[in-house]
Design a protein around this ligand. Sequence first.
Ligand code: DC
Length: 230
Amino acid sequence: MILIQITIDGPAGAGKSTIAKMIAKRLGFIHIDTGAIYRVITYIAMQQNVCLDNEDALVQLIASTKIDMEQQAEGEQKVFCNNIDVSKEIRDPIISKNVSRVAVLPKVRQELVRMQRELAQDKNVVMDGRDAGTVILPHAECKIFLTASLEERAYRRYLELKQRGYNDELEFVKKDLARRDYIDENRKTSPLKPAQDAVIVDTTCLGPEEVVQEILRIYQEKKETLNNVL
Ligand code: DC
């Protein structure tokens, strides 16, 4: 069987995790949410009062932290930190607000990229993040860059937060997304950008199922090309 790896990168709120989860379920692939890993490190650092700008302390913390991901039958993914389920805690707005401080640090990225590559090694995976197609899996067979207008992404994130009981103003959510986009796109180490061979999918006017169908079409095309080459 040929190995096919799918990467889905893009800005916050473009729907990467939702779509990656759906695609992984349809294809029977493993879903690796790389953002969740940055979130776990931010969470554990805050729990242990480790300064979020102290690169060396964070690298030490990574070495002593066990991160596991477990796919549930319904497609949901549970994230464990040192054997404790932190799936809910890592989505708290306080983590969203602080995680880019951690994700900007080169040594932290180096350690986490190593961990992410190990998780994907010799497996059919759908990996979502910011640098999955450019840095983590540069040889992935199918690369997608998922995007949507800032307004649409902010509205989606606003609805999601509301559903989870947070009543942040839409304008505040939009400003926070724009701030995170700026940090992700302008950091020195592996900034957010489409890989040269990525297909850009704009989801502003598309529902999740339409996005999934479009990505599955791109995947089939890549797979046929690969089959013809082998
Ligand atoms: O996708 P997310 O919102 O859960 O990502 C959390 C943070 O981690 C976000 O600030 C971007 C960063 N991130 C990153 O720098 N590289 C990745 N591969 C994934 C996420």
